[in-house]
Ligand binder design. Sequence first.
Ligand code: AP5
Ligand code: MG
Length: 216
Amino acid sequence: MRLALLGPPGAGKGTQASRICEAFGLLHLSSGDLLRAEKLKNTPVGKKIRDYIDNGRFVPDELMIGIMRSKLVSLVRQGFVLDGFPRTVSQAKSLSDMLDALNRPLTQVINLAVDPAVLTRRFEGRRVCPVCLSVYHVDLMPPQQNGICDVDGAELVIRPDDMPAVVQTRIETYHQTIRPLLAYYRDAGLLWDVDASGTVDEVWLAIDARLAGQEV
Ligand code: AP5
Ligand code: MG
């Protein structure tokens, strides 16, 4: 399986990508996690992308594609879930070229469609582990011990771009760019819409049933 997950900020891309990878033995590649790691390490790329991420705007296509290109080659043998990439038609076309050259095209694009009314609550309660990047929610997906990561015991943090003003820009950016991307993948016969407004388990059951059916 070679999958890409689309969906607005807070849709549950990271949450469902982790479950898919665990269930089907795939590798998870989150563009947001990659960018935050570059920013944290203050690499030359990290310096270039800092302002975009902090303000909730897309990183320029060329830069984003370059970052993904260097990672993709090592994933294709095992299968993968791309989380947050591509976000523009230009990124989608470059991805297609890269994967075609490796003879490993995408097998499915999953669009997590969410009622905007539920997104605010998801953002307000999100906590992430700065070490292993696991995602939690204070009410909806709490860790076993308040504020502590189940996996490695690190103290959970709030993502800097989860501030309400930045969230607003991220959601607007998403709505300004998503239509042509959905059309691109619909035309390619790869798009599958999933209602992601339900609980984590409900969304997961829908995805699992579909993917397990394909595996046979
Ligand atoms: P990125 O990190 O990808 O952020 P995003 O797209 O805004 O998505 P999120 O990570 O906020 O949400 P998610 O869908 O993963 O939801 P999660 O599982 O955490 O990108 C960050 C920035 O990087 C972008 O703004 C941009 O600047 C840049 N960038 C990234 N990719 C780029 C690209 N391709 N091109 C250009 N720039 C790019 O869930 C959210 C919360 O809800 C959690 O607390 C979770 O526990 C909870 N939750 C999840 N599912 C459910 C559910 N079903 N019910 C209840 N709660 C749930
Ligand atoms: Mg995410």
